[in-house]
Design a protein around this ligand. Structure first.
Ligand code: COA
Length: 160
């Protein structure tokens, strides 16, 4: 059985992330969405809230996947859950250097885990969680960028 991980901060999950989830599902038998606790960013939502939003968003799409929080190194977590593949989305050239650096470091630490980069649908390549939060906080429409569950939380947390 092929197990894959889709890791990220997901603060919050967007339709771009969900697009990568759906593409990843075509390639593995089991997909775990892994929410990092070790983010260098200051997050708007707690890890529990980020997990809840992911679960609610998956449920809206009738997807039943494992969503877990992990602490420490991603490759150690991958080994623990016996994942052979790490999925990451590549949106634009600007993502490449950062992703390439992380992938090479991960490969050095865990050569047995493959990293696979997937490109989201064109309509999501400009999307990021920070942009969605900025638009929501300034009263803009985010309904075509996130699921209804996430939109609700964004409005509660950031809406004026
Ligand atoms: N659609 C929309 N947005 C996307 C996206 C997609 N398909 N793919 C990435 N993004 C956005 C995210 O929304 C996020 O936006 P933001 O910066 O505005 O919040 C940004 O791109 C990158 O976020 P994310 O994909 O969540 O990655 P990350 O850089 O926050 O976290 C981890 C990456 C979790 C994989 C990495 O930090 C990690 O491995 N941590 C564990 C510790 C570790 O092992 N460190 C050593 C690594 S070598």
């Amino acid at each position: 059985m092929k197990t894959g991980i889709y890791p990220g901060t997901f603060d919050p999950i967007t339709l771009g992330h969900l697009d990568i989830v759906q593409r990843s599902l075509r390639l593995v038998d089991r997909l775990v969405i892994a929410v990092t606790l070790n983010s260098h960013k200051s997050n708007t939502f707690s890890a529990e809230e980020r997990v809840e939003m992911i679960r609610e968003s998956l449920a809206e799409r009738n997807l039943d996947l494992e969503v877990e929080v992990f602490d420490g190194l991603l490759v150690e977590y991958a080994r623990r859950i016996k994942a052979q593949v790490i999925f990451r989305g590549l949106r634009a050239v600007s993502d490449f250097e950062y992703e390439f650096q992380m992938a090479l470091m991960n490969k050095k630490m865990a050569p047995e885990v493959e990293e696979v980069f997937l490109t989201p649908d064109q309509q999501y390549i400009y999307l990021s969680s920070s942009l969605v939060k900025e638009v929501a906080s300034l009263g803009g429409k985010v309904s075509d960028l996130v699921t209804p569950a996430v939109e609700r939380r964004l409005l509660q947390r950031l809406g004026s």
